[in-house]
Write a protein of this length. Structure first.
Length: 143
């Protein structure tokens, strides 16, 4: 009888246990959201607009990033890491960092680049100097 009581107690404890996970970034987000204080990159053109793509991949940055290959896309409303790298995979951008942002074609701020003033957005990087699916680093310039 003691074994049954212990097992029942363990099951009750397990059912009331809550797993606490860190909150996903609420700054950039699904369906093209982008909060203040960050630059938001999106894997698809048009800021991943709703229903256009099978996956809603986004990432926000509040500081310089010398190599986007170290970063994975966040996916969907929960913002879980997708396993897909941001490097050479950005198609649109929104800048709400409060400063100018430069996207660079190569790691460590080299190569062709495009500057985006605060508040500017580009739904398709294919027409910019940095190009579509070629950004490998970004810098935030506050003067």
């Amino acid at each position: 009888m003691g074994t049954i009581t212990r097992v029942a107690g363990a099951l009750a404890a397990a059912t009331t246990f809550t797993l606490a996970l860190p909150a996903a970034s609420a700054l950039a987000g699904p369906d093209g959201g982008c909060g203040k204080g960050v630059v938001c990159l999106y894997a698809y053109y048009g800021y991943n607009y709703d229903g256009a793509y099978p996956r809603d991949l986004w990432r926000d940055f509040a500081a310089d990033e010398p190599y986007l290959g170290d970063d994975l896309w966040s996916e969907g409303k929960k913002g879980l890491e997708s396993g897909r790298r941001v490097d050479d995979d950005s198609s649109s951008v929104k800048n709400h960092a409060g400063c100018d942002v430069v996207l660079w074609q190569n790691p460590f701020y080299t190569g062709a680049h495009s500057m985006f003033a605060d508040g500017r957005a580009d739904p398709f990087l294919g027409g910019s100097e940095v190009g579509n699916n070629t950004a490998s680093s970004l810098s935030i310039w506050c003067v």
